[in-house]
Design a protein around this ligand. Structure first.
Ligand code: ADP
Length: 490
């Protein structure tokens, strides 16, 4: 009777619920957005209850006439780092969830820089408001009920995966997985355990923390009164790691880059931790059995968003896809560095700002649009260069798998292949994040016996082979480096 795996992709702006069949094909899929709350400039919150209500409704709608008992297992992937604190008895959140983008704890992070080496060595992260740790501390310090709940041992912390499992199991399970735990600043990625020294620095009581279980395996069973049947939840991973898994990058040296609003490059580095010397993060991902492996991660703040900017602010393209037609064959020496919110890895320059260089009397829209598309590929090459520098000779990538909205752009993908000198592989199903959650849940429940079984469905839509000569490629990249130099604040 168990015909499907149900995947919940709880993203930053919306939730998607999908039903996968035994052949790992998506048979039904629904998406709904939820409200973003901006209580102050730079602050971002979500209502965790609304995330659950939306998820619950989508599950019902996706199932339709299908009985919940036809679901063999549930997998969850989620926006990472977003923090919820709730009361185990009333089961109500003490406060809105504080979203990964929220900068409210930036000054607290400045103060914690004195301990940056401790955090970095244990967690693989930099001390930044982006991660969960200081968000937990903020709620405890600013919401008296949360502090009282913590003192009484009733308060629970979770990222969105943990919160959804709590709801699905009727409060029976308080759990997360290593990929999410590794984004909190509280988890030692070497010992693969919560760390008392870090908890002490962040003033977070251990009693708040969920149990960390392998990404593929039993996390809990749904409450029949909530879900309509008792179904095991057997897969959890944070969104970027789920995408890496859903792309089939389960072996050391395999990497993917996601071209969305920003770009996220993740590389499976294997079972030995690599601490980056080039501004990347070390984090946990999954091997073919869902066991933790080390990954290197780098992100670009403005990726596909530069095309939205051309569309909305400069009105140079009618739509993002049409950028491919508007762009010329060459940017004729024009470079656009979209450092609108500073530059991330490997530059880490908060005060850098965008520039367009190389303008002449002959520059037209086609050159600028092309330069914008190329900037996405140049920034991605910066990340890949950093990854390869950290790994040395053994880390030479042989191909890069891609996903995200902007990977639909053929011009961009071809230029990326040319610029990296390796093939770019675009899968048939670019819903890699949900696919990763489904794979983990199916493997964790025995619905699929091994990764090889699902790997066979990973179809390739198109492979972009590099065509450009080395000299031209390096000349273009040198021009980019010069343009970045002009965007930098120091
Ligand atoms: P996210 O999940 O980060 O919201 P998506 O993966 O949906 O983002 O990708 C949307 C981004 O990709 C937008 O910034 C948009 O400008 C860009 N984009 C979408 N399609 C194209 C395209 N064909 N060419 C270039 N950019 C595109």
């Amino acid at each position: 009777m168990s015909d499907y795996v149900l995947a919940i992709d709880a993203g930053t702006t919306g939730v998607t619920v999908l039903l996968f069949d035994k052949q790992a094909q998506v048979v039904r899929k629904l998406n709904r957005e939820f409200a973003q709350h901006y209580p102050q400039p730079g602050w971002v919150e979500h209502d965790a209850n609304e995330i659950w209500t939306v998820t619950e409704a989508l599950i019902k709608e996706v199932l339709g006439d299908t009985l919940p008992s036809a679901v063999a297992a549930i997998g969850i992937t989620n926006q990472r780092e977003t923090t919820v604190l709730w009361d185990a008895e009333t089961r109500e959140p003490y406060h809105h969830a504080i979203v990964w983008q929220c900068r409210r704890t930036a000054s607290r992070c400045d103060a914690l820089q004195a301990h940056k080496d401790t955090f970095r060595n244990k967690t693989g992260l930099v001390v930044d408001a982006y991660f969960s740790g200081t968000k937990v501390e903020w709620i405890l310090d600013n919401v008296p009920a949360a502090r009282a709940g913590a003192d009484a041992g009733r308060a629970r912390f979770g990222t969105i995966d943990t919160w959804l499992v709590d709801r699905l199991t009727g409060g029976a399970a308080h759990v997360t997985d290593p990929t999410n735990a590794s984004r909190t600043l509280m988890f030692d990625i070497h010992a693969k355990a919560w760390d008392d020294e870090l908890l002490g620095l962040l003033n977070v009581p251990r009693s708040l923390l969920p149990e960390v279980k392998p990404s593929a395996g039993l996390f809990g069973t749904t409450d029949a009164s909530v879900f309509g049947a008792e179904v095991p939840i057997t897969g959890i991973a944070g969104d970027q790691q789920a995408a890496l898994f859903g792309q089939g990058c389960v072996l050391p040296g395999q990497a993917k880059n996601t071209y969305g609003t920003g770009c996220f490059a993740l590389l499976n580095a294997g079972t030995e931790p690599v601490l980056s010397q080039n501004g990347l993060l070390t984090t946990l991902g999954c091997d073919s059995e869902g066991k933790p492996v080390y990954c290197l991660e780098g992100s670009v703040f403005v990726g596909g968003a530069v095309i939205q900017w051309l569309r909305d602010m400069l009105k140079m393209v009618p739509s993002a896809p049409e950028s491919e037609q508007v762009a010329g064959d060459s940017s004729e020496g024009v470079y656009l560095v979209p450092a609108f919110v500073g530059l991330g890895a490997p530059y880490w320059d908060q005060d850098a700002r965008g520039v367009i260089t190389g303008l002449t009397r002959g520059t037209d829209v086609s050159h600028i649009v092309r330069a914008a598309l190329e900037s996405i590929a140049f920034q991605s090459r910066d990340l890949i260069e950093a990854l390869q520098a950290d790994l040395g000779e053994s880390g030479k990538l042989t191909e890069l798998r891609v996903d995200g909205g902007a990977c639909a752009n053929g011009l961009l993908m071809q230029f990326q292949a040319d610029l990296l000198g390796i093939p770019i592989v675009r899968p048939t199903n670019i819903e890699t994040t949900a696919q990763g959650a489904a794979f983990l849940a199916g493997l964790g429940s025995g619905f699929w016996k091994s990764f090889a079984e699902v790997e066979s469905v990973l179809g390739v839509d198109r492979t972009f082979e590099p065509k450009m000569g080395v000299e031209e490629r390096e000349q273009l990249y040198a021009g980019w480096k010069e343009a970045v130099g002009r965007a930098r604040s120091k």
